[in-house]
Write a protein that binds this ligand. Sequence first.
Ligand code: ADP
Length: 220
Amino acid sequence: MASHRDPVAVIGLGRFGTSLATELAGGGTEVLAIDHRPEIVQRLSGQLGQVVVADGTDMDALRELGIGEFRRVVVAIGTDLEASILTTSLLVELEVTDIWAKALSSQHGKILERIGAHHVVFPEHEMGERVAHLVSGRLLDWVELDPQWVFAKTKPPREIVGVPLGQTGLRRRHRVTVVSVKPEGGDAYTHAGMDTVLRYGCEIVIAGRPQDVERFVDLQ
Ligand code: ADP
């Protein structure tokens, strides 16, 4: 099993790969960032520790960089389908234990899974879904942890304001749970419990199945 302390190699430094590598490095993870375009590598070399020019589809180059020693590698190449697939298959051949690959379409994702990627992410599709929920109005944030489980940030509907949460029958009637609360004007969330009384204007984080969360938010 890969551990959160293991270094990560990121292949492909477009917008997705760059923000991923920057975020990991900022959080203290050792990152080896790779792109085949020298101008990209040069631009990022001030920002990221180890950035190198190499072609992900070149087995010799991957071996030379010791990619087989990495437990976690992210293939952040999207637009060039052939390069994405070939790079992923070389990582499988190198027996990398935790291969993450970005897909642009569901067919692309299926191929990546079939050749052995352990995790396939669809950043544009997932972000599109998330933004759709935000654009629709009452949701302040929406995070899908699983196709059937989400966390959402919203304002409390009138019917649960002013009553201790334990007395609202929320879980029974709406099948959602209020997980945390931030008072209006406050700057931090705290746990919500049975005795928590919500006020107008506060922000809450709720958890539940997507359809239940959507219905609950529509009560406002
Ligand atoms: P984004 O939408 O995140 O910008 P792209 O798929 O457009 O993603 O960018 C992918 C990046 O991967 C580009 O910077 C490109 O130079 C790089 N790339 C493409 N093919 C290879 C390859 N064979 N080896 C290494 N890097 C590659």
